[in-house]
Design a protein around this ligand. Structure first.
Ligand SMILES: Cc1cc2nc3c(=O)[nH]c(=O)nc-3n(C[C@H](O)[C@H](O)[C@H](O)COP(=O)(O)O)c2cc1C
Length: 233
């Protein structure tokens, strides 16, 4: 790819002419597949809000989350920077789906109202899930999920803001959180290891372009997996 006075245009032109037949497209969203999580945060009255979300990844013991700045969750995390990431599997998809189109904010935004969102103060009741107390943070865990990651917020930054933009006007936030406790259902532990998860037993629920999928079997031996997990400690 050569550099020109208008590098972006040049790159797009190049992509549209690719001999493999790829075409340049402009999707409204880029949700190519990420794990689904029920994020617990603490409401002003001390109860727990649950938000289904899937813009998340982990590096080491830090989670990076993409969260709508006007969500009730963003409001809660700014005031009380503690959360639980309850990881969903296909077994709990009906519970997750009951929380779609709900918000813990009583003043539902015009955009959300037009999309069909409704104010739902008790998300545990709405999703028919059971609260469990956490050990290191205040928000409650979701018993039906097989993995709970308690965490504290380390940084909140506007996502997608450009130099000179009003950071408080950001539509999305990049939230970094440090995991403080990991709980798992014993059914997904790797036999013979105290602290390891068996990826053949743990099957995350995945969201791709707003639809739900599970994972199939392993497709190829992994050279990265030749590194012992304890090497990452
Ligand atoms: C499966 C699923 C995944 C979602 N992923 C995200 C996400 O990654 N980030 C986000 O801001 N909203 C996401 N949403 C939308 C939020 O759940 C929605 O904004 C909700 O109203 C937030 O709840 P709250 O206002 O009570 O915090 C997702 C919704 C569903 C159903």
């Amino acid at each position: 790819m050569t550099s020109t006075s208008n590098g972006t245009e040049h790159a797009t032109e190049h992509a549209t002419q690719h001999p493999a037949g790829h075409v340049a497209v402009d999707p409204a969203i880029l949700y190519f597949g990420t794990p689904v999580v029920l994020l617990s945060s603490t409401n002003d009255d001390g109860s727990t809000n649950l938000m289904p979300m899937s813009s998340v990844f982990w590096l080491g013991h830090h989670a990076v989350l993409g969260i709508g700045a006007r969500s009730h969750t963003a409001h809660n995390l700014r005031r009380r920077p503690e959360l639980v990431l309850n990881l969903a599997s296909p077994a709990v998809v009906t519970h997750v789906d009951r929380l779609a189109l709900t918000t813990g904010r009583s003043d539902v935004s015009p955009w959300k109202a037009r999309a069909g969102y409704v104010f739902t103060p008790d998300k545990f009741a709405a999703a028919s899930v059971t609260p469990l107390e956490s050990a290191t943070v205040r928000p409650q865990r979701v018993a039906e999920c097989q993995v709970h990651l308690e965490a504290v917020v380390r940084q909140v930054r506007p996502l997608g803001a450009r130099p000179g933009d009003d950071v408080d006007a950001a539509r999305q936030l990049n939230v970094e959180a440090e995991v403080t406790r990991v709980w798992v259902d014993p059914a997904i532990r790797l036999a013979g290891h105290r602290d390891r998860i068996d990826p053949d037993r743990w099957r995350p629920l995945v969201m791709s372009f707003q639809k739900f999928y599970g994972l199939g079997d392993q497709v190829h031996p992994s050279r990265l997996a030749t590194i012992d997990e304890d090497h990452y400690r």
